[in-house]
Ligand binder design. Structure first.
Ligand code: AP5
Length: 268
């Protein structure tokens, strides 16, 4: 869920430019301070890709990596939801895909991710939560990271969380989130201390529109058709770790941190 970062990111400017060519000009595709290919700082990690079916726990674990490693979380779903909430014509276009459970077209997703990756807080690595989701997005990402010298010593790291479909329906039906800070809850497995209120700021918790069971069904179809082929692709070209997502949340976190330590160890 929510991107914890002090850096201000304005996807709306990009989206506005698609509607009005006179709006703010395009971000450069290459960072002015880009390192040579393979030349990211020695203490950088990743980028780390969180992969898994809707509801596998990508956002939950991504936030814990943020807290532990201080890397920014880039959640394409959160970026799109913010654009939808802003109510712009582009936001309405995005809502058209998301509310049907379909994927947003690759070109638009990659353009937004490129602009975000070029911000300076990504120099030491980042967590990509929900991106890439198609082989085309992954191919684009590899080229972009290479061109901008953004691969750390371990290269691309993939954390693939596995969870069965029945469990996913249960999880998504019980998911709640805080619209202010983005913290994720679950009525069954991760309830707030006070029912319906965020532990951090007391804001009333909300449900995501696309957690409706009918939309979840469509999201799973999109996952099977477009994201499953990506798993074998990424297995071949990354530091790939498959982790059981049905374990208790703290155990999943311990396994994720163990995988990251293993990637670091292998690179030394
Ligand atoms: P997005 O927001 O990325 O949704 P998603 O991938 O479907 O994943 P979710 O956020 O639903 O689940 P999660 O894995 O993060 O699980 P969470 O940690 O919340 O994308 C939404 C839409 O945007 C897409 O459908 C698409 O339209 C568009 N989009 C986004 N990226 C795109 C891209 N790259 N290309 C094209 N389109 C794109 O956990 C779920 C629940 O389970 C929570 O309640 C949590 O508390 C609970 N839970 C977590 N872990 C555990 C555990 N171990 N045990 C018990 N409960 C747990």
């Amino acid at each position: 869920m929510a991107t914890i970062t002090a850096v201000r990111f304005r996807p709306f400017a990009l989206l506005a430019r698609r509607e009005d060519p006179s709006a703010e000009s395009a971000q450069p595709r290459r960072r002015p301070d880009a390192a040579a290919p393979g030349g990211a700082p020695a203490d950088s990690l990743g980028p780390i890709v969180m992969l898994g079916v809707p509801g596998a726990g990508k956002g939950t674990q991504a936030r814990r990596i943020v807290e532990r490693f201080g890397l920014p979380q880039i959640s394409t779903g959160d970026i799109f939801r913010a654009a939808v909430a802003a109510g712009t014509p582009a936001g309405r276009e995005l809502a058209g895909y998301m509310e049907k459970g379909e994927l947003v077209p690759d070109e638009l997703v990659c353009e937004i991710v490129a602009a975000r990756l070029l911000l300076p807080d990504c120099r030491r690595g980042c967590i990509l939560d929900g991106f890439p989701r198609t082989v085309a997005q992954a191919e684009w990402l590899r080229g972009f990271l290479d061109e901008n010298g953004m691969l750390g010593p371990c290269g691309l790291i993939v954390i693939y969380l596995t969870v069965g479909y029945n469990e996913l329906y249960r999880r998504l039906a019980g998911r709640r989130f805080c619209p202010s800070c983005g913290r994720i809850y679950n009525d069954a497995t991760q309830p707030p201390r006070v029912a319906g209120r965020c532990d951090v700021d007391g804001t009333e918790l909300q449900q995501r529109r696309d957690d409706d069971p009918q939309v979840v069904r469509e999201r799973l179809i999109a996952y099977e058709e477009q994201t499953l082929p990506l798993i074998e692709y990424l297995r071949r070209c990354s530091c790939f770790h498959q982790i059981l997502g049905t374990d208790p949340i703290d155990r999943v976190t311990a396994n994720v941190f163990g995988a990251l330590a293993a990637c670091r160890g292998a690179a030394e």
